[in-house]
Design a protein around this ligand. Structure first.
Ligand code: SAM
Length: 302
């Protein structure tokens, strides 16, 4: 009989495990039951040339490693569940050219899991420091690399989703239009026919585009304060809370289960907790697991 993995800490809604995702998840009761996860939201290690503490594979080894999760993810997901994977750009070592490795890895994961690509998102960070420094700052021959890519995939071509849950505030001009109820109807240069009332319904907000503008300025928060007090370094590549929050709201309901197999500082778990979803996270580095506990005021160590 295979032993069940033990969580390091837990809240009423979630559990954080320490170990390699491929091992922890295979031994988890969830995996034995299958089809229980509504959303897998994750940012795997990127295939960087500059090695991070947590190590990162490169080249075809990386592509094979990521694609190796496809079957496992598919087994864990509900039939109308979603898999959202965030990957940044990679550059060829010593040359001012981009690597296509991240795209290959995403494609391999999508193909191996027989997932539909429901939509591609771009997460644009206007506050990103100029990089790659040699080409952007020193030689001035490239522009700031300032976005990451998120692929929303699913076993279904119609996974559970509702964009009414992620509406943005209307712009000032739209608010004025809703009051004045006047605009130029008719044919646009693009040949689109705009009806007399097409834009006059107040839907409570604007439907967001698939380009998310989120500044990752890492302002002081509970997690950073916890790391400071405990004298541990914060996770070097954590994402802003608003990124998992957006997808959790868009693709799940309260009580659904959200999984992050490469959880780092457990931003996904914290977003899920805040939105009253159940969550399960796995991270291989014990010190990241330990400090991620600082995100939860009510977590108990197990
Ligand atoms: C890009 S970081 C995730 C950051 C996270 N989204 C956050 O906001 O803190 C990727 C994480 O995956 C972890 N990792 C790498 N290989 C792993 C594996 N096989 N199983 C579980 N975690 C792994 C790394 O230690 C790293 O913390």
């Amino acid at each position: 009989m295979i032993s069940r993995p033990h969580p390091v800490y837990a809240t009423n809604l979630g559990r954080m495990y320490c170990g390699r995702a491929e091992e922890v998840l295979l031994r988890h009761p969830l995996c034995l039951k299958r089809n229980g996860v509504q959303l897998i939201f994750t940012s795997p290690p990127f295939p960087l040339n500059r090695k991070k503490k947590y190590g990162n594979l490169q080249g075809t080894e990386y592509v094979e490693w990521l694609a190796g999760f496809a079957r496992l993810f598919r087994d864990l997901l509900k039939p109308e569940g979603s898999l959202v994977v965030e990957l940044g750009n990679a550059w060829e070592p010593g040359k001012p050219v981009m690597s296509t490795l991240t795209l290959k890895a995403l494609l391999a994961l999508q193909e191996e899991g027989h997932f539909y690509l429901c939509q591609e998102f771009i997460c644009y960070n206007p506050a990103r420091l100029p990089s790659p420094a040699q080409w952007v700052n020193v030689e001035r021959i490239r522009l700031k690399d300032s976005f990451t890519r998120l692929w929303w995939m699913s076993p279904s071509d119609r996974p559970k989703a509702d964009n009414r849950r992620v509406l943005r505030k209307y712009s000032n001009s739209m608010r004025k239009l809703l009051i004045s109820r006047k605009y130029n109807a008719g044919k646009r240069p693009s040949e689109h026919q705009i009806g007399k009332t097409s834009f006059l319904a107040d839907n409570g907000g604007a439907i967001p585009p698939n380009v998310l503008q989120i500044a990752n300025t890492q302002a002081s928060d509970d997690y950073q304060n916890f790391c400071r007090v405990k004298h541990v370094s914060p996770h070097p590549s954590r994402m802003p809370l608003s990124v998992p929050e957006f997808f959790i709201k868009f693709l799940t309901d309260e009580g659904d289960l959200v999984l992050d197999p490469f959880a780092g500082s457990n931003t996904t778990g914290a977003a899920a907790e805040h939105l009253r979803r159940r969550w399960l996270s796995v991270e291989v580095q014990p010190d990241y697991v330990e400090s991620s506990c600082g995100r939860f005021s009510q977590a108990s160590l197990i």
